[in-house]
Structure formats: structure tokens, C-alpha cells
Design a protein around this ligand. Structure first.
Ligand SMILES: *Cc1c(COP(=O)(O)O)cnc(C)c1O
Length: 466
């Protein structure tokens, strides 16, 4: 019987393993030093397994080189991988939210490839501000006096609270103490900002008098949070923004709205439930509005602040602004995205998120019929497909109850459970994410581009192995 000591002795030395031709396939991707470190790491793992009794025999050299190549593969694997989103969830946070418009993609490529006047004033020949590329557009499109773009909306809220209410009190209705996407909770952000949260009213009802009674000498801000991802229904009351504006004005307190998705065009014109327009929030009395760049705006990850110039100035002057600043690639994409909104018809056409929202049921029906026929034709008789009416979702914490009627192709494959088909599609190249409903795999046409639709029959045929 071999003891662990014998087994440890049988493990080849690093130099021996390094000469093994089994590593030839990865030599070009790693320097000699890096390969040495990789081999050492694998051998250390193997020794550990021997000592813990998980290996009863020292692995052969071929097995060891296989492990090194597998380890190398994990480092070399490209990512993030492009995917086909067949879920129907337009702003899928796990899939990167908003695909960019062509104009935004071009702007990113140009900004990334060389130098740019990111922070350079070409007219005066001196240092400029990166905000100059978006501030005018944001102010013009929303009707605000001033604007600021930062890394994301969570950062925008944190920066605003810290700039306007550090060590002071902020009033928020109890019905709006929301959590968005797990890690963004209004009470937690408030604490980190240094502001003290004062809860006003109750979960389902908050009245004007609740706010008025809560105002004291330490109050610095009144905050309204758009309950993006849920609704309180039934016996409810909240204070309309216009009234909050009146209360703020009467007491000399700014009113800020975290509107979340922040639409620049009215999505209800395309049959979707109304989402607050940024310009309306300002017109109704908000002094500051914060929203995301990659939700209904359809641009890159960003946090946008628009409103009164004296308040925006305080945010800009806060040292934290430097910590949450927007990078040049996102800034380029954001500026290009915003330009599309100068003509809303361009925005509806050019910005993928809006184009997907605007797809009519007739268009979706026609695409779905085509896809169903091609899937069946490519499957050697193993696949059945039916066009069904389904509910897509806007996602991204927007429009919680707004089911968006869509068309999907519901698929069943003989000899393959829906779960296994779902897994094979997810692990294919490119990965395809679907949903399962009533024991069938659903391909939702709302989020599938025409090019992806054309590629799907081949990809599905490969996944089912026909
Ligand atoms: C989505 C959302 C946020 C967070 O925005 P990010 O851009 O993801 O940081 C904050 N507040 C509300 C109301 C939201 O809907």
C-alpha cells in the first residue's frame, strides 16, 4: 500500500512537467515565468489533495498537464461573452441592461482608440470639464438649469445626499424606503452619506401634514423615491410631487426626486404604462432629479443629476464627485445617446431599448411565425413550435406592473426535457437565455434582434444535437 509520502514523492518536479508536450497548446499565451507559476499552483493543489486523503494515487503526468491546461483555460476564457437575450426582459440587469445605439458604439470606439478633448477646452487652449460634453444636452432635454453625470444612479443619490445633507436630516415617506437590486437600499445609502433619515407617515399612507410636522431646524432635504420595482395598492395615499414642492418652497428646503429609470420620452405613447418624465418632475416642483443612464434612457451605465444650478454646483464641488466620476467611454456613449433625443423619433428608432419597447404586436407575430417555421424545419422532426402570446417586461426596476404583451415561440423537443434544453442553450456559443413556461421553452421575440432571429435555427439545431 502506498503511503501519502510515497504519493508525494511520485509527483513530478516542476521542471519535468514544464517540458511535457501536453502544455504546448498554451505556451504562446503565457510567459515562461507565468507558466511556472501556473504549474506550481496546480502541483500545490495536488499535494494538498494527497495530504487530505482525497487522492489515493499520485496523478500521471498527462493528467497533471490536463489540469494545467484547464486552469490556463479559465484564465484565457473571454468574457463578458455576447449573449442572445430571449427572455423578453428588455433591461436585464444581469445581462448588462441597455444595448447601445450605433451612434453610441461609434462614439465609444473613437473615444477609446485615441486621445480626445475629454477635459480640454479647444477654444481657449486650457483644461476643460468632462461634463461639458453632456451638461448642455441634459439641461436642454430636461429643461433644467444645470446637470451632472456620474458613475451610476446609486452614486448620484449618495453624492447628492452627502453634498446637501451631511449631518442633517432628510425626510422620506415610509412607503418609499425601497430596496433596488439587492444592494441599493435607501436607508443604507442614507447612512453612508452622513445624512439622518427621518421616516414620514406610514407604509401605505403619507399626508402633507406628516411632512410639515416632521420639518425641524436640522432638516436639509425632502426626498421622493420613485417606487420603481413595486407598487403599494389599495388603501393608500401619498403626497404629490407638486405639493412636496410647495412644502419645500415654504420652508426653504430643496426637494429631490430619485426617479430611477427617468424617461426622456413618454413611453405611454407606445402602449406602456406611464413612467415619470424627468422634465415633468422638474416642472412639478422638484429641485433636483436623479436617474440612470442605462435604464429607459437606453445608454451606458451612468447616474444623471439635473436641476437647480446652485444645488448641482454643491454636488460638483464635493470631493466625492471625483470618486464617482463617469469614465470617458461611458461619457462618449452617453453624449451620443442623448443627441438622439433631440428628435424623439430618432430616439425611438435608434436606441435599442426604445426600439424594442416600440415593437408592435403585429411585427412580433410575424417574426415569431418565421422563427417557429425555421426552428421546426431545422430540427429533423424532433421539435414542435407554437407562437404564443406572452408577457415581456421592461425590467431594470422600471414599470413593475406593466406587462408588455409580446409574442414568443414555445418549443418542445422529443427526448429533451425543457430544463436540459434550457441548460444546453445557456451553455452554447453564444449563450442563449430563455424562460420556461408550462413545460415549454420560450423564445421571446421582443428582445431578439432580426440578426439573432436569423441565427437561432442553426444554434438551436446544434443545441438539440440534430
Ligand atoms: C435603479 C434605481 C437606482 C439605482 O440606479 P443604478 O444606475 O443601477 O445605480 C436607484 N434608485 C431607483 C429608484 C432606481 O430605480
Amino acid at each position: 500500500m502506498t503511503t501519502p509520502r510515497d504519493q508525494l514523492r511520485a509527483i513530478p518536479a516542476v521542471e519535468i512537467l514544464l517540458r511535457n508536450p501536453g502544455l504546448d497548446s498554451i505556451r504562446n499565451s503565457f510567459s515562461h515565468m507565468a507558466l511556472v507559476r501556473l504549474v506550481r499552483r496546480v502541483l500545490a493543489d495536488v499535494r494538498g489533495e494527497v495530504l487530505e486523503g482525497r487522492l489515493t494515487e499520485a496523478p500521471a503526468e498527462a493528467e497533471l498537464t490536463d489540469r494545467v491546461v484547464a486552469e490556463a483555460g479559465r484564465l484565457l476564457a473571454p468574457g463578458p461573452l455576447p449573449m442572445i437575450n430571449a427572455t423578453g426582459v428588455i433591461l436585464h440587469t444581469n445581462l448588462g441592461r441597455a444595448p447601445l445605439s450605433l451612434a453610441a458604439l461609434e462614439a465609444v470606439a473613437q473615444a477609446a482608440a485615441g486621445y480626445s478633448n475629454l477635459e480640454y477646452d479647444l477654444v481657449r487652449g486650457v483644461r476643460g470639464s468632462r461634463q461639458s460634453h453632456v451638461e448642455g444636452l441634459l439641461a436642454f432635454l430636461s429643461g433644467a438649469e444645470a446637470a451632472l453625470a456620474v458613475n451610476n444612479n446609486a452614486a448620484a443619490v449618495l453624492l447628492a445626499l452627502n453634498s446637501l445633507a451631511d449631518g442633517k436630516e432628510v425626510l422620506v415617506s415610509r412607503g418609499e424606503l425601497v430596496e433596488i437590486g439587492g444592494s441599493f437600499r435607501i436607508p443604507d445609502i442614507m447612512k453612508k452619506s452622513g445624512a439622518r433619515l427621518v421616516e414620514v407617515g406610514t407604509t401605505n399612507k403619507t399626508h402633507r401634514s406628516d411632512f410639515e410636522k416632521a420639518i425641524g431646524p436640522d432638516t436639509a432635504l425632502i426626498l421622493k423615491v420613485h417606487t420603481s420595482n413595486y407598487r403599494i395598492e389599495g388603501f393608500t395615499a401619498d403626497v404629490p410631487l407638486a405639493e412636496m414642492g410647495e412644502i419645500g418652497a415654504a420652508h426653504g428646503l430643496p426637494v429631490m426626486v430619485d426617479v430611477g429609470s427617468g424617461a426622456l420620452v413618454d413611453v405611454s405613447t407606445r402602449g406602456v404604462e406611464k413612467e415619470p418624465l424627468v422634465s415633468e418632475c422638474l416642472a412639478q416642483g422638484a429641485d433636483l432629479v436623479t436617474f440612470s443612464g442605462d435604464k429607459l434612457l437606453g445608454g451606458p451605465q451612468a447616474g444623471l443629476v439635473v436641476g437647480r444650478s446652485d444645488l448641482v454646483r454643491r454636488l460638483k464641488d464635493n470631493p466625492l464627485a471625483r470618486c464617482v466620476r463617469l469614465d470617458k467611454l461611458s461619457l462618449a456613449a452617453l453624449a451620443a445617446t442623448l443627441r438622439s433625443f433631440l428628435d424623439p423619433e430618432n430616439a425611438w428608432h435608434d436606441i435599442p431599448v426604445l426600439a424594442m419597447l416600440a415593437r408592435t404586436e403585429d411585427e412580433l407575430q410575424a417574426s415569431a411565425e418565421l422563427l417557429a417555421a425555421e426552428l421546426v424545419a431545422g430540427s429533423s422532426g424532433r421539435l414542435t413550435a407554437e407562437v404564443v402570446v406572452a408577457q415581456a417586461a421592461v425590467g431594470g426596476g422600471a414599470l413593475p406592473l406593466a406587462g408588455l404583451a409580446t409574442r414568443a415561440v414555445a418549443v418542445q423537443v422529443t427526448g429533451l426535457t425543457p430544463d436540459r434544453l434550457e441548460r444546453r442553450l445557456r451553455q452554447g456559443v453564444p449563450p442563449i437565455l430563455v424562460r420556461i413556461q408550462n413545460d415549454r421553452v420560450l423564445f421571446d421575440l421582443r428582445t431578439i434582434s432580426p440578426a439573432e432571429r436569423a441565427a437561432l435555427p442553426d444554434l438551436v439545431s446544434r443545441a438539440i444535437g440534430s
